[in-house]
Design a protein around this ligand. Structure first.
Ligand code: ATP
Ligand code: MG
Length: 271
């Protein structure tokens, strides 16, 4: 799949309104074909994850940022459906605890980056510190502004140390969010997901979009680029994210480690 339409070129000055939230124009073959391609990506991710684990050298960090209901959980479930549950860790970042607030904002994040052979998915991340924190004025402007620089340097250090970073902004329209919130109100099995706070937060939509736009422009780098994923349709969102992840895994040139020396001799010893 051509990922170029979703890629945020480092140094670009994009306007978020130029990015589609629907994305059907990129998938003229339609949903049926899309779901087949998704299936292939899922099994490719499963295959490559096993080699990543066996090789025990490289590390993959996937970051999902999005407005509520865009599907950070849903995409994680779909894309890693085929993977050995031991192979992937998901970390959700909520409002910081009092202990976390005693430290710098990257402290809790650094502790959760993947170890060798691991894939870690961040459901929200250090980017909340230039998003919700900015929108709700939890710190002064000069404090959140300098964080772009910290984040770029932090991520560069991770990349230098062997972490591959993949960052996805799941992009939905406000109408889609409205439909999904309504669905959570109306469907008994989804009511547990409904959070009245999400309705309050919707009022800040334009402020969030401004914060996301700056985040994408300031922190898409050669070593940790952003993708803007059209997320109004779950199948398109899952297909695009699975393509990004399987491509990233392929680019790692993963290799099984060499077997122990003279492995053949053990055939006789095995009684
Ligand atoms: P769900 O899909 O289950 O709603 P969620 O990620 O929205 O998942 P919530 O518990 O609803 O989880 O929300 C977590 C909240 O924590 C979000 O509103 C987010 O903005 C907030 N949060 C995360 N990091 C920070 C931070 N550094 N400072 C302030 N708030 C934060
Ligand atoms: Mg929420």
């Amino acid at each position: 799949m051509d990922l170029k339409p979703f890629f945020v070129k480092p140094g670009s000055k994009l306007k978020l309104e130029d990015f589609k939230t629907g994305g059907k124009e990129f998938f003229e073959e339609g949903k049926k074909q899309g779901l087949e391609d998704l299936k292939k990506n899922i099994s490719e991710i499963d295959r490559l994850q096993e080699i990543l684990y066996a090789e025990h050298k490289q590390r993959l960090l996937i970051i999902f940022q999005a407005m509520d209901t865009a599907g950070k959980d849903g995409v994680t479930r779909s894309v890693f459906e085929g993977v050995n549950p031991q192979g992937v860790k998901v970390v959700s970042f909520k409002a910081p605890t009092s202990t976390e607030l005693e430290h710098d904002y990257l402290w809790r994040v650094h502790a959760r980056v993947p170890a060798k052979g691991e894939i870690v998915v961040f459901n929200r991340s250090h980017y909340e510190d230039v998003l919700v924190v900015r929108v709700h004025e939890l710190v002064e402007k000069k404090v959140w502004k300098r964080r772009y620089r910290h984040i770029n340097e932090f991520e560069r250090m991770l990349a230098d140390e062997g972490v591959t970073l993949v960052k996805c902004f799941l992009h939905i329209s406000p109408d889609t969010q409205k439909e999904r919130l309504m669905d959570r109100i109306n469907t008994p099995e989804k009511q547990w997901k409904f959070n009245p706070g999400d309705i309050e937060e919707r009022k800040y939509w334009p402020d969030y979009m401004a914060a996301y736009e700056d985040m994408l422009n300031e922190t898409s780098t050669d070593w940790a680029p952003w993708y803007v994923v059209p997320s109004d349709h779950n199948w398109i969102r899952n297909l695009v994210v699975s393509s990004i992840i399987s491509k990233s895994l392929k680019d790692l040139n993963l290799q099984y480690p060499a077997p122990v020396e003279n492995i053949e001799q053990y055939r006789e010893k095995l009684i």
